[in-house]
Design a protein around this ligand. Structure first.
Ligand SMILES: Nc1ncnc2c1ncn2[C@@H]1O[C@H](COP(=O)(O)OP(=O)(O)OP(=O)(O)O)[C@@H](O)[C@H]1O
Ligand SMILES: [Mg+2]
Length: 448
């Protein structure tokens, strides 16, 4: 048995041979702690010494898909769970991670044993939630343990066909001496679970906490080890939640599934666009319909802006669900190229529904929302807007045009303001397309 000491930054996972006050990798202070690693046996995932095989001779495995019980989630995952797939689920405290997984566990355990290992809540706490949600499966076992090695033993003994780990930050393995939640423990525990699930073809859900910046806590390697990463978004005090697929080895990324928090758990929202637009006021100043997609399935959302005379000498720029740095660039372009002056105004942006929109196609929707509020003119009725804005005010082509237009058609949107250069890719559409090349032109055509 070998013992090794290393110093690990608890924020980013950077290792050092001696203690340092400030992590040179992430710049955080006092995050480096000593960790003892007792290596009793190889912790390497690749245990067999297999010979290299020619790629053309590798036999294709048939990817059998298992339903999670939620159709929209299955679609977002590329058709359902794959045997041996490991999925990391992260999100703010109280957003509904345990609620979602309990429902999935209930569905999956209809004909096979499932272990739900919880290191956060007691069995009776989970049982209260289970009663409320109508979870009634005979084959669903709750295991109150933080010991990964023991959980794996139980999984073997009970012939478990899916494992749920809630959460990885509470788990520990005996191979390592540092405390639960430390970088080394999180990494090693995940390795062990993933290795077990892969070799036994068992799908596994792992709950991961997020840190104060909203990214998954612990080592970045966590996201690399698992097959898929899903992040819960939405406002905790709001009823709906969006599960974004940030990484997927078995399907497209950027897909989403929308849920609504009900008394009996999370219900899927099949018509997400209708849901997000349900409270939109027609002809409202500063409001724009934007077909949002980072994957293959777009949803229509409302982007709002409010521009008012600044109260203080430094005008406010605040954005909910949109990057403020990007907002600053858009305001600069609006001033120089779009003749929309906001230097003496407070500018607020709100992406309705608590979504975080980061795709560049949202630039034009945000810019027009600002122009609409500033000019106090509503955007034309039944119009959607999307396109990337360059620093010269030019409107650049964006991806996934056809799916966006299809979704707009489904909701009886009549006009789409979009980059002129994107129009040539469109085969057919019922919408009236308004191709624009410059921000000034877009403002003129969009506002009545
Ligand atoms: N009695 C109830 N009726 C309806 N909804 C409830 C009830 N109790 C809790 N909830 C909802 O469930 C949410 C908590 O969900 P859950 O415990 O699954 O979150 P979590 O993401 O696992 O949080 P944590 O990170 O703290 O474990 C609450 O925020 C609330 O919206
Ligand atoms: Mg929980």
């Amino acid at each position: 048995m070998k013992e090794k000491t290393t110093f690990v930054c608890q924020n980013c996972g950077q290792t050092y041979v001696k203690w340092v006050g400030k992590c040179s990798s992430c710049g955080e202070w006092n995050t480096v702690v000593e960790e003892k690693i007792v290596i009793s046996k190889s912790s390497n995932m690749l245990k067999s010494l297999e010979k290299p095989i020619k790629i053309i001779e590798i036999e294709q495995e048939h990817l059998e898909r298992i339903s999670t019980g939620y159709n929209t989630l299955d679609m977002a995952l590329g058709g359902g769970l794959v045997k041996g797939q490991t999925i990391l689920i992260s999100g703010e405290p109280g957003i509904g991670k345990s609620t979602l997984l309990l429902k999935i566990a209930n569905h999956l355990s209809k004909h096979q044993n499932i272990i739900y290992a919880s290191g956060e809540e007691s069995a009776s706490q989970i049982s209260v939630r289970a009663k409320r949600m109508g979870v009634d499966s005979e084959n669903l076992f709750i295991l109150n343990s933080t010991d990964v090695d023991y959980i794996i033993e139980c999984a073997k003994e009970y012939n478990t066909r899916c494992i749920i780990i809630d959460s990885i930050q509470t788990m520990m393995t005996r191979t390592i001496e540092s405390s639960p939640g430390s970088v080394a423990q999180v990494r090693e525990s995940t390795f062990k679970i993933v290795e077990f699930c892969k070799s036994n073809m068992i799908p596994c859900f792992i709950v991961g906490h997020i840190n104060k910046e909203g990214v998954i806590a612990g080592p970045k390697v966590l996201e690399h080890i698992v097959d898929s990463v899903c992040q819960f978004e939405g406002e905790r005090y709001n009823l709906y939640r969006v599960l974004m697929i940030l990484k997927n080895r078995y399907g497209a990324t950027g897909e989403m599934a929308v849920f609504k928090m009900e008394n009996n758990g999370l219900e899927e929202v099949v018509e997400a666009s209708a849901f997000f637009l349900s409270e939109r006021r027609k002809n409202a100043v500063g409001s724009v319909i934007f077909p949002y997609t980072e994957g293959t399935k777009p949803i229509l959302i409302e982007i709002q802006s409010l521009v008012l005379k600044a109260l203080y000498t430094t005008p406010q720029r605040k954005a909910q669900g949109f990057d403020v740095n990007r907002l600053a660039i858009i305001l600069g372009v609006l001033e120089k190229e779009g003749k929309i002056f906001t230097r003496d105004s407070d500018v607020y942006i709100n992406v309705v529904g608590g979504l975080n929109v980061s795709e560049p196609a949202s630039d034009l929707a945000v810019a027009i929302a600002i122009a609409s509020s500033k000019k106090e003119k509503p955007v034309q009725e039944n119009m959607a807007i999307f396109g990337e804005i360059g620093l010269g005010g030019e409107i650049r082509a964006v991806h996934h045009i056809e799916p966006r237009l299809k979704e707009l058609e489904r909701f009886d949107i009549k006009y789409a303001v979009l980059p002129k250069s994107s129009i040539q890719d469109i085969k057919s559409t019922k919408l009236e397309l308004i191709g624009v090349e410059h921000i000034l032109e877009a403002i003129d055509l969009a506002l009545r």
